[in-house]
Write a protein that binds this ligand. Structure first.
Ligand code: AMP
Ligand code: MG
Length: 391
């Protein structure tokens, strides 16, 4: 039990209020299920594998072998996790608390080297990802006619590929936003089907959407005030440095498809990254929001983006017993705090709820001497494999 006490300390340290989150105390019993000891042991062994060894193991299981070592490690750990959960008759019912991800990457008017330029949205794409099917199922795409600066700079056309003719024949922002709302309604999004906006960085909503709504005198829709910043999710999950779409794809061993800085192509490529993350077991949760503070004294507005923490009931994956007793409407329930760490918690009904695993990495390997009572096939398999490689 000593090791789990250490894990408890790790979790408490991570939840330190200095980092903005509420302190949490995890009880010993929550991690005492043999399955979690076993998963820790497996992770410890996976950590010892070289890149070539990881690729060979992934190949053996018919999994994608592309990407950085950190990516491959995470993929293999997730494979073992899923396999063991399934073996224990637990079913993973979802990869995020949402049915759909609406991937949005705006293009806007711009000038070279002008940081104070007032950007206006000129391309409004939405690529819809079905989380259960882990695939792109639909898209919305319209160009938008700018009003403050109706003539595009050469720099802008060169960067985005958007021509003057395309924006000239497009509608202005407000009617386009109305059609976006109709499109969301036609998909039953925000009604029977839940969805979360997903973007590459905070700027799409915090900068382009906020200022465009201000400029067009429309209220910023509630769905656009909170979003998943995939850069954050990506680097927390794979534990690698932050970067844009091209870097994220490169680290996954993938290539950009289409033209960079085309809003629709950027959105499709961000969706491809999101799907890869879902496939590799990342729980994508809302992580950023816009905050608008009005100062009654000087009538000034302070606008910033901050970390967002999902309400407890939406936070992450819940694994269920064999039967589909997910509650009303099949809505997912959740537990835990960190989107890409893995926590085990035996619920009152005896079901095990799981959320990520990565943050207990410091513990991995230290569980080597623990007495794992369950079938240890995977651990033995890895140990044999590891020994074989050494000889
Ligand atoms: P992106 O999503 O990277 O394609 O960029 C979105 C928008 O940001 C573009 O449509 C431009 O308005 C602006 N932008 C991107 N890169 C630059 C740049 N190097 N200089 C000025 N504006 C830029
Ligand atoms: Mg773009």
């Amino acid at each position: 039990m000593a090791e789990f006490k250490e894990c408890e300390t790790v979790f408490q340290a991570m939840d330190d209020p200095a980092h903005g989150a509420k302190p949490k105390v995890y009880k010993d019993g929550q991690y005492s299920d043999p399955l979690f000891k076993k998963l820790s042991k497996i992770n410890g062994e996976v950590n010892k594998l070289t890149k070539v060894e990881l690729q060979s193991k992934l190949k053996e299981f018919g999994l994608d072998t592309r990407g950085l070592k950190d990516v491959l490690r995470k993929r293999l750990k997730n494979y073992y996790k899923k396999r063991n959960l399934q073996k224990s008759h637990m079913k993973i019912t979802g990869k995020t608390g949402y049915d759909y991800l609406a991937v949005i990457d705006f293009e806007a008017t711009c000038e070279m080297n002008n940081p104070h330029y007032r950007h206006e949205i000129i391309e409004f794409p939405i690529v819809l990802v079905d989380v259960d099917q882990m695939k792109i199922v639909d898209r919305f795409h319209e160009y938008v006619r700018p009003q403050l600066n109706p003539t595009l700079s050469n720099f802008c056309t060169k960067l985005t590929g958007i021509t003057q003719a395309q924006v000239d024949k497009a509608d202005t922002f407000v009617p386009v936003l109305e059609r976006v709302e109709l499109w969301l309604q036609s998909q039953r999004l925000g009604q029977e089907k839940s969805f979360a906006v997903l973007t590459d960085g905070p700027w799409d909503m915090f900068r382009f959407m906020y200022y465009q709504c201000q400029e067009s005198s429309v209220e910023m829709p509630a769905w656009s005030r909170v979003w998943i910043n995939i850069r954050k999710s990506y680097c927390n999950f794979y534990q690698c440095g932050r970067g844009g779409i091209e870097t994220m794809l490169k680290n996954l061993g993938m290539q950009f498809e289409g033209s960079l800085h085309s809003g629709i192509d950027d959105s499709v490529n961000i969706a491809r990254i999101a799907i890869k993350l879902l496939n590799d077991g990342c729980c994508l949760t809302l992580n950023e929001q816009i905050q608008i503070k009005e100062n009654p004294h000087d009538n000034k507005r302070e606008v910033r983006y901050t970390m967002y923490q999902e309400p407890r009931e939406r936070r992450c994956i819940k694994t269920d017993s064999d039967s589909d007793n997910d509650g009303e409407n099949g809505r997912r329930r959740s537990n835990g705090n960190h989107s890409d760490g893995n926590r085990g918690n035996i619920s009152r009904s005896g079901q095990i709820e799981v959320e990520g695993w990565g943050e207990c990495d410091g513990l991995e390997g230290r569980l080597g001497n623990m007495n794992v009572k369950e079938d240890d096939g995977d651990v033995d398999d890895l140990l044999n494999y590891y020994r074989l490689q050494k000889t």
